[in-house]
Write a protein that binds this ligand. Structure first.
Ligand SMILES: *[C@@H]1O[C@H](CO)[C@@H](O)[C@H](O)[C@H]1NC(C)=O
Ligand SMILES: *[C@@H]1O[C@H](CO)[C@@H](O)[C@H](O)[C@H]1NC(C)=O
Ligand SMILES: *[C@@H]1O[C@H](CO)[C@@H](O)[C@H](O)[C@H]1NC(C)=O
Ligand SMILES: *[C@@H]1O[C@H](CO)[C@@H](O)[C@H](O)[C@H]1NC(C)=O
Ligand SMILES: *[C@@H]1O[C@H](CO)[C@@H](O)[C@H](O)[C@H]1NC(C)=O
Length: 503
């Protein structure tokens, strides 16, 4: 299993290698109407759509169901669940689209929920739960062991209202009936765009609020596609007389956006004195260097110039065998070249805290607080190998997501590409090359900018290059999970970005 998946490496490398204990997807009719407040409407233009309005009125004991006539195939179940932060209101629920059910968490801002921006966060994989982002990185609390969380003073909800979502179905607490599955980012994007609209329509106080879509790792593939779906959907909303979503920016942390540039940078990161001294032995580096032109040529011919599934698969296999597999024998943490992997990578993702998070989310009292659907049974998995495998099978990671970013930039959507400098798997060198190669009208102006240092309280925090709506940033001392490794700089960067300040 490990070896089989190891041939399709992306940011999902470790993730897909994990031997999972998947949830059981219960095959039954939807029974969610039981015990719910029904709040669905048939015709909004006849004045029959009434927004839910005030979130404070949502009960903790049961879900309230929200629908919207513009999205007849979708509804949202939401409840107050007050946990984790201690100071602000929090909510959890499901986005229901026929047989598909996506789980989300929502935390209000610690500062001013009535005026602060709204952030949407997704982790990557493909197949990983945003509970990693929530309980290990940028959320209001951190899980320390299965029965304890601690307050995170550097949570991004210091200054923003924030969503964490388990997507697509099959990930975290999200589930599907009849074994329905999603295996491409573009399919997943439809559910996300509908959800975003229903949420803003119902909770009127957030309407028109600046909205930022953020994610990490495979989020470099997800976020550009999701944000594009939200942007394009706005035309439909306007046509229907609804308020468009005020999509203001995307934020991608250690993203995988362009697999081709990322593959070449795996060589640089393990064989050159970049961020850390070389971690690979010279003979392996020489072999890799010789294989690299063939790898790039194969990728270009079968994955880029003209997509040919079998050829592209063969190219990926060749590249990963030559460039990625040798890295695994070094024992270094693929998410952080400054340290060795902690624990068995297939069990801990090199971070034992991931096991504590799973144990915490296995507690019946926590599942009850969150309102996890009873059909979600079995142990929690941080990452679903099934979802990962389904995405890999269609070579979803080979999609040129940078084209979405270019499209968003042309329309003035601000784009932040931030990268923990010590990451190998979705490293800064590959991300910098992706930003420099973006085909948009601001390319020359962006390229003309120097990579300069940026600081916090007079201390250098990393490098940055910015022009117009595009900003590239590195963070020293951080690996793949920037808010976990460098919580304070991560929050400071986020605050500056939300405020529209120069980094
Ligand atoms: C809703 O689902 C039905 C049946 O699956 C489909 O025919 C219809 O096109 C969908 N409507 C929208 C707006 O997507
Ligand atoms: C934590 O869990 C352990 C083992 O299940 C239990 O013995 C202990 O009492 C718990 N501690 C708290 C503070 O709940
Ligand atoms: C969108 O958000 C920005 C930033 O807060 C704000 O300046 C702008 O007025 C908002 N746009 C709309 C249409 O509400
Ligand atoms: C490696 O890079 C660091 C940081 O730029 C530098 O201080 C160091 O001298 C370099 N090592 C070698 C052997 O060149
Ligand atoms: C679920 O986790 C518990 C506790 O770690 C373990 O004993 C059990 O075997 C696991 N169940 C499955 C189906 O893996």
């Amino acid at each position: 299993m490990f070896a089989a998946y190891l041939t399709f490496l992306s940011c999902a490398l470790v993730v897909s290698a994990v031997v999972q204990r998947p949830f059981v997807f219960v095959d039954r009719q939807s029974e969610h109407n039981d015990g719910l407040h029904i709040n669905t409407f048939t015709s909004y233009d006849a004045g029959l759509f009434t927004p839910m309005g005030n979130m404070n009125l949502l009960p903790t004991s049961e879900f309230t169901r929200l629908g919207h006539p513009a999205f007849p195939n979708y509804s949202v179940r939401i409840k107050k669940s007050d946990f984790c932060d201690g100071g602000v209101q929090s909510f959890t629920g499901y986005i229901d689209s026929e047989a598909r059910h996506l789980f989300f968490y929502f935390f209000e801002s610690r500062s001013d929920p009535d005026t602060d921006d709204v952030i949407f966060w997704t982790n990557g994989g493909p197949g990983c739960s945003s509970s990693i982002g929530l309980f290990m990185e940028l959320g209001p609390c951190r899980v320390t062991n299965h029965n304890e969380t601690t307050f995170n003073p550097y949570s991004w909800n210091e200054q923003a209202n924030i969503f964490f979502i388990d997507q697509p179905v099959g990930v975290g607490f999200s589930y599907a009936e009849y074994g329905e599955a999603v295996s491409t980012t573009e399919e997943a994007a439809k559910d996300i765009a509908a959800f975003v609209s229903i949420f803003f329509e119902h909770f009127s106080k957030f309407k028109g609020r600046a909205f930022h879509m953020a994610g990490e790792s495979y989020g470099g593939r997800y976020v550009p596609a999701f944000a594009s779906a939200v942007y394009d959907q706005n035309a439909k909303l306007v046509q229907l007389g609804l308020t468009p979503i005020n999509l203001t920016s995307i934020m991608i942390g250690n993203g995988l956006t362009d697999q081709v540039t990322m593959l070449a940078s795996y060589y640089d990161m393990q064989c050159k004195n970049i961020s850390v001294p070389p971690v690979q032995d010279i003979s392996s580096c020489v072999r890799m260097k010789q294989a690299l032109p063939r790898c790039e040529k194969m990728l270009k011919a079968s994955c880029v110039d003209q997509f040919d599934s079998m050829g592209c698969q063969a190219a990926m296999m060749f590249c990963s065998t030559e460039i990625q597999t040798p890295f695994m024998s070094t024992g270094y943490n693929p998410y952080d070249l400054s340290r060795l992997c902690e624990g068995d990578i297939s069990e801990t993702l090199c971070y034992p805290i991931t096991k504590a998070i799973s144990a915490y989310l296995d507690r019946p009292d926590i599942r009850s607080t969150l309102g996890v659907d009873p059909s979600v049974t079995g142990n929690f998995s941080s990452c679903s190998s099934e979802v990962g495998a389904a995405f890999h099978a269609v070579l979803d990671s080979m999609f040129p997501s940078q084209y979405y970013i270019a499209g968003l930039l042309e329309r003035g959507i601000r784009t932040l590409i931030y990268v923990g400098a010590n990451d190998w798997i979705c490293n800064w060198v590959g991300n910098e090359r992706m930003t420099l190669a973006l085909d948009w009208t601001g390319n020359a102006a962006f390229r003309a900018q120097p990579l300069r240092e940026w600081s916090i309280d007079g201390e250098v925090a990393g490098l940055t290059r910015a022009s117009g709506p595009l900003t590239f940033v590195t963070l020293y001392g951080a690996g793949h999970m920037v808010p976990y490794d460098m919580p304070k700089p991560s929050l400071e960067l986020t605050k500056r970005w939300l405020a529209g300040e120069d980094i």
